[in-house]
Design a protein around this ligand. Structure first.
Ligand code: GDP
Length: 420
C-alpha cells in the first residue's frame, strides 16, 4: 500500500521524517511504499532539524504571522495560517506528486494535537485533501497530562475537527507511552520510533514482491483501507522466531509451540495499543501475522481470530499472514477501528473543560481588554498560564502573574496586584 505522508507542525514533521527514514531503511525488504513524504511547519528551526525528508519537501508557512517562529500552541493561529496559505501548500504538494492518485492509495496526515500548527492546520488540510479520490487518514498524537490544560484544550478541539474531516483518525497517546522517569520531551524520540516502526511491514504486506512473500491469506491494500474508519488505535507484539521458541513478556521468558506463539503475539498486541480503548466499542479490526513462512501457524491465527471475535463483539474482522523470508521474529499486528469509547478522549475533554473554567475565572480578575501585546499592540490575546504569588512580607495584596500569547505569536507576561 502506497501512502503520501504529510507531517504538520513539530511532532508531525518529526514523525513524518521517521516514516521517510524507515521507508529508505526497509525499502529493499518491504519495497518503497511512501512515494511522497512532506513536512509543513510555521517554524523554520523545526524544519531545519529534520533529517530524512529532503529540503525541497519541507514547506515553511505563515512567515507573515509568526516570522517563522511557530504558532506558539495557538490552535486558532495554526488554523488561520493553513487556511490562508492552502493554495500555496496545495501547489507544492502537487508539484511533489502528492496528488498523483495512480501512485498513492491514501493520504496520511500526521500531527501532534496539543499544539498550534498541527492541531489547527491538519483538519483544514484534511478537508481539502478529501476532494481527491483516495482516503484521507490522520495520525494524531495526544498530549500527556503533564503538558497542562492548554494542550488538552487544543487536543479536544482538534480531535473532533479531524475526526469529521478524515476517513480514519489513528490515535497515539503520549501519556501512555512516555518513558517513566523521563520528561515528555526526553521521551519523544523513543515514542516516535514506536509509532512508525511497524508501518514498513504493514504497508509492505499488500505489495509482496516475490512468491516467497505471498501469504496463505494475503492482507492486501483494500483490506487495510476497508479496516480503517473513524477513531482507530493499533498495537503490535513480537516473539523471536528461531531461538528455541522463546517468547518474552514483561521480562519473563516463556517456551511456546508454533501455534501458541502465533496466537500469543496477536493477543499480546492488544495489551500494547497506541491508545487505550474499550474493545467492545469497535466496529472493525485488522489482524496481521508476519514472520518466516515456516513459523506462521494457521491454527494459531485462527485461535487469535476467535479470541478477537469474542472480545470485539460483532466487529468486522479482517486478517492475514505475511511471510517475511529470513526474518528473525514473528510479529502480531492489530488495528482496531470505528471505536466510540476511548477513555483518554474523555480525560482530555474533562481537562479541557477545567482549563476553560480557569481561564474564565482569571478573565474576571483581569479583563483581557486592558492588556495589549507590547511587541505588536494586538489585543487579541490568549492566556497561557496564570498564577498567584503571595507577598513576601505576608502583608499587602498578592500579585498575579499572567502569561499571554497574542494572535501574532508573541508571548509576554504581565503582573497585576490583586485587590483585597
Ligand atoms: P505544533 O508545532 O504547533 O503543531 O506543536 P507541537 O507539534 O510542537 O506539539 C503538539 C503536541 O505534540 C504536544 O502535545 C507535544 O507533546 C507533542 N509532540 C511534540 N513533539 C513531539 C514528538 O517529537 N513526538 C511525540 N510523540 N509528540 C510530540
Amino acid at each position: 500500500m502506497k501512502l503520501a505522508v504529510i507531517g504538520i507542525g513539530q511532532a508531525g514533521g518529526r514523525i513524518a521524517d521517521l516514516f521517510e527514514y524507515y521507508d529508505l531503511k526497509y525499502g529493499k525488504k518491504y519495497g518503497r511504499n511512501i512515494p511522497v513524504c512532506m513536512a509543513i511547519n510555521t517554524s523554520q528551526s523545526d524544519l531545519t532539524g529534520l533529517k530524512a525528508i529532503p529540503e525541497k519537501n519541507r514547506i515553511l508557512i505563515g512567515q507573515s504571522y509568526s516570522k517563522a517562529r511557530g504558532a506558539g500552541a495557538n490552535i486558532e493561529l495554526g488554523t488561520e495560517i493553513v487556511r490562508q496559505e492552502l493554495s500555496d501548500i496545495k501547489k507544492i504538494l502537487g508539484e511533489r506528486g502528492a496528488f498523483n492518485t495512480q501512485n498513492i492509495d491514501a493520504f496520511l496526515l500526521v500531527a501532534g494535537l496539543g499544539g498550534g500548527t498541527g492541531s489547527g492546520g491538519a483538519p483544514i488540510l484534511a478537508k481539502e485533501l478529501k476532494m481527491y479520490d483516495v482516503p484521507v487518514f490522520a495520525l494524531g498524537v495526544l498530549p500527556s497530562d503533564d503538558e497542562g490544560g492548554l494542550m488538552a484544550m487544543n487536543a479536544s478541539k482538534s480531535l473532533m475537527a479531524l475526526h469529521e474531516s478524515t476517513d480514519a483518525l489513528i490515535l497515539f497517546d503520549n501519556n501512555r507511552w512516555k518513558t517513566p522517569g523521563l520528561t515528555i520531551h526526553e521521551s519523544y524520540s523513543h515514542m516516535n520510533h514506536l509509532i512508525v516502526k511497524i508501518f514498513p511491514l504493514v504497508l509492505g504486506a499488500g505489495e509482496a514482491r516475490t512468491p516467497g512473500m505471498v501469504g496463505g491469506k494475503v492482507v492486501d491494500t483494500s483490506d487495510i483501507l476497508n479496516s480503517l474508519n473513524g477513531f482507530t488505535v493499533y498495537g503490535y507484539s513480537e516473539a523471536w522466531a528461531r531461538k528455541g521458541w522463546i517468547f518474552k513478556k514483561k521480562d519473563k521468558f516463556y517456551r511456546l509451540n508454533p501455534k501458541d506463539k502465533c496466537r500469543a503475539v496477536l493477543q499480546d498486541a492488544v495489551t500494547r495499543l497506541s491508545t487505550e480503548c474499550r474493545l467492545s466499542s469497535a466496529k472493525k479490526a485488522l489482524l496481521m501475522l508476519a514472520g518466516p513462512s515456516n513459523e506462521l501457524n494457521r491454527d494459531g491465527l485462527n485461535e487469535a481470530i476467535r479470541w478477537y471475535e469474542n472480545n470485539l463483539k460483532g466487529a468486522e474482522i479482517r486478517c492475514g499472514d505475511y511471510p517475511v523470508p529470513k526474518s528473525d521474529r514473528i510479529t502480531g499486528i492489530v488495528f482496531i477501528s470505528g471505536l466510540y469509547d476511548i477513555p483518554r478522549i474523555r480525560e482530555l475533554m474533562a481537562a479541557a473543560a477545567k482549563h476553560q473554567k480557569t481561564i474564565e475565572e482569571k478573565g474576571r480578575i483581569e479583563p483581557l481588554v486592558l492588556v495589549s501585546c507590547p511587541e505588536c499592540g494586538s489585543k487579541d490575546l490568549q492566556i497561557l498560564k496564570s498564577w498567584e504569588v503571595a507577598p513576601k512580607t505576608r502583608k499587602g495584596p498578592a500579585i498575579r502573574v499572567t502569561m499571554y500569547l497574542c494572535k501574532n505569536g508573541h508571548k509576554f507576561r504581565k503582573v497585576t496586584k490583586l485587590e483585597g
